[in-house]
Design a protein around this ligand. Structure first.
Ligand SMILES: [Zn+2]
Length: 271
């Protein structure tokens, strides 16, 4: 920029006062060109009122666009999360608290808060019997993360891996690689009710790959299960695949802290 001048040919439309407008003259590679700046704002009352309204409207529009941008991201995250309407409806406020699960609720809340505010990314085991609200707590964490624009995938093992099986019929192994990669790299993977279904060797191998990749990439996983370590091992091994089941379980126990939901269970709390 080589020169700045002020133009004086603009008048306030309210009071008629001459207003200045900056004009900058540039000289770039022997080409001269000018850029006009904004017209000065007049300081008369009507002009002030006018600009106050314009600024307010602009601010509102920016807020609206920002909200829309955020909602679009959240909608997309939800549609990729595999979460259904029931899971989306779970939050910490509609969890039915009793003396046995109060501590679990507090820990789950703290976990979500630590992840979002302090970027802490530990893994979590949520254990408890049927109907104690493990899924509710895990989904509440998922919903908190998604509302803060953090990508989550949530599903049972079969539900997650069926996507791979489905892919064999259409795009073949390329899609399998894509899905494994996605589950290995997404910010948060939640596997609900692990051990409920007895997995095939194929399923176990995929699970090990995913868990191991996440371990290597220092990415968290949240597991909910009815079972303690020994029972989970039995369920996963399904009477034959003890080697893979052991590999998975030792990885998981290395990664995860535990939240046990109710007191009358003999399950050991891991924390
Ligand atoms: Zn004026």
């Amino acid at each position: 920029m080589i020169q700045t001048t002020f133009l004086n040919d603009v008048k306030c439309k309210f009071c008629g006062k001459e207003l200045r407008q900056k004009e900058m003259l540039f000289d770039l590679e022997d080409k001269k060109f000018t850029i006009k700046g904004q017209i000065e704002r007049c300081d008369c009352d009507r002009s002030k009122e006018y600009w106050k309204r314009i600024d307010y409207e602009k601010e509102q529009e920016e807020k609206r666009l920002e909200l829309q941008r955020k909602n679009n991201i959240i909608d997309r995250l939800y549609s990729n999360s595999k979460m259904n309407i029931r899971l989306k409806s779970y939050n910490f406020d509609n969890y039915k608290v009793n003396p046995d699960n109060q501590k679990a609720l507090n820990k789950a809340k703290k976990y979500a808060e630590d992840y979002i505010k302090n970027n802490k990314r530990g893994s979590l085991f949520i254990t408890g019997g049927v109907g104690t609200g493990k899924t509710h707590l895990a989904a509440s964490i998922a919903n908190e993360l998604i509302k803060n624009e953090i990508p989550v995938v949530f599903g049972t093992l079969i539900n997650l891996l069926n996507d791979i099986k489905d892919s064999y019929s259409s795009d073949g192994y390329e899609k399998e690689g894509y899905i494994i990669e996605r589950y290995s790299k997404i910010n948060m993977l939640i596997i609900d009710d692990l051990g409920k279904e007895r997995p095939s060797e194929w399923t176990l191998e995929k699970l090990f790959t995913i868990i191991n990749n996440r371990y290597e990439n220092n990415l968290p996983v949240i597991i909910t299960t009815n079972y303690n370590r020994d029972k989970l091992r039995e369920r996963l091994a399904n009477n034959k695949n003890y080697e893979i089941a052991d590999s998975i379980i030792s990885r998981l126990y290395e990664m995860c802290k535990g939240i046990a939901i109710y007191g009358d269970d003999k399950r050991k709390e891991l924390v």
